[in-house]
Design a protein around this ligand. Structure first.
Ligand SMILES: C[S@@+](CC[C@H](N)C(=O)[O-])C[C@H]1O[C@@H](n2cnc3c(N)ncnc32)[C@H](O)[C@@H]1O
Length: 351
């Protein structure tokens, strides 16, 4: 075997970055839980000052700050020996309610990785692992991972991209948010369309309990109702809009879900399908975004689909042809790509 030293050096360079990012993930979550980024966004600090401001131990904070600065998540000024956040670092790391919140993605990743031994076993046996079997950080991390994208796009761009839907909801339409998780999208729709009645549903009871709490806290508990139900059984008919946000590919029976959605829709209703952005081919997904989605999918989406009846395992990089086929198999006659962002693709399906 001949080793090409340049190619080996390239691989080792990738490895050092990846190893640092992997162990730094825990540090990002520590910063999130203890408010370290938020405090640093208030102004530059030495390690002692940041520890004092956040009620934390200075020695731990010192090590944390240095690692964060080495990774580019925090800035360091050797002249003053102070650490700080640039406007860009603060924008991305310090505001959980903002349009971008990177620590949420790491909460999701670390939560998912807690299942490593079960997933390793599942590789041997082919068994599934349901969403509900994961650590609770998967649920809150998922909300933090997706919510900023929904805040930035759902009301301003995704719903207006659908044919005639924004007008119907403004006048008081009926909406079902299927596989709603903690209800981030449900609450946003209820806030934007006060005359609309919206039902959020998810098969996972603990998520539905939290979704109810979120809606009450947001002051929309009167018009956003929730139920524990699968996508194949949720209640009601005559909906103007049924939405599935980043969950269709998770299901063992997406065609059964699509059939149920079709019969629940009004004859002139719309199915809004938000899915991870993906190319039509495996080769087209071999890039950093594809790596993120395939890796999450190995731990979350494929095992969840395997845990359910139906025989499908689309995975998070299913791509447009597979999603279109699900809609067509369920009897939808019109299907189009309505819009997309760097992470999500938005399809519109009509009966
Ligand atoms: C990736 S999370 C997305 C949650 C939420 N839609 C969001 O965007 O934040 C996938 C969700 O699908 C739900 N789910 C999985 N299979 C389901 C099924 N067959 N019926 C209903 N919900 C399902 C899970 O419980 C989980 O809440």
């Amino acid at each position: 075997m001949t080793i090409d030293q340049d190619k080996l050096g390239e691989l080792l360079g990738t490895f050092v970055g990846d190893l640092g990012a992997t162990i730094a993930a825990g540090n990002v979550v520590v910063g999130h839980r203890l408010g370290l980024y938020r405090s640093l966004a208030d102004g530059p600090a030495t390690q002692e000052q940041l520890a004092q401001r956040t009620g934390t131990d200075p020695r731990y904070v010192t090590e944390w700050l240095r690692g964060q600065a080495a990774g580019g998540y925090v800035s360091y000024d050797p002249a003053t020996e102070q650490f700080s956040l640039t406007p860009e670092q603060a924008f991305a790391l310090a505001d959980p309610d903002g349009p971008l919140y990177l620590p949420g993605a790491f909460v999701l990743a670390l939560g998912a990785l807690r299942a490593e031994s079960q997933i390793t076993d599942a590789f041997r046996t082919g068994a599934g692992m349901g969403w509900h079997e994961h650590h609770e950080d998967v649920f809150s991390g998922c909300e933090m991972f997706f919510r900023p994208g929904y805040v930035a796009n759902l009301v301003s761009s995704w719903i207006p991209a659908l044919d005639g839907v924004a007008g119907k909801l403004a006048a008081g339409g009926r909406v079902a948010d299927v596989g709603c998780g903690l209800g981030a999208s449900t609450v946003l729709i209820a806030q934007a369309y006060p005359k609309a009645a919206i039902l959020g549903s998810d098969y996972h009871e603990a998520s539905v309990d939290l979704a109810r709490k979120r809606a009450a806290e947001a002051g929309v508990g009167d018009r956003a109702r929730f139920e524990v139900a699968s996508a194949q059984t949720f209640s009601g008919t005559g909906y103007d809009l049924v939405a599935t946000f980043d969950c269709l590919h998770d299901m063992g029976d997406p065609v059964g879900a699509a059939r149920h959605i079709r019969q629940a829709l009004d004859a002139d209703g719309t199915w809004l399908i938000v899915e991870p952005l993906a190319a039509d081919t495996t080769a087209g997904n071999l890039n950093p975004v594809g790596r993120v989605y395939y890796s999450f999918s190995t731990f979350l989406c494929v095992p969840n689909a395997r845990s359910q009846p139906g025989g499908f395992t689309l995975g998070a990089q299913a791509g447009e042809p597979a999603i279109r086929q699900v809609a067509e198999q369920a009897g939808f006659t019109r299907f189009r790509r309505a819009t997309e962002t760097p992470f999500n693709v938005v399809f519109e399906a009509r009966p």
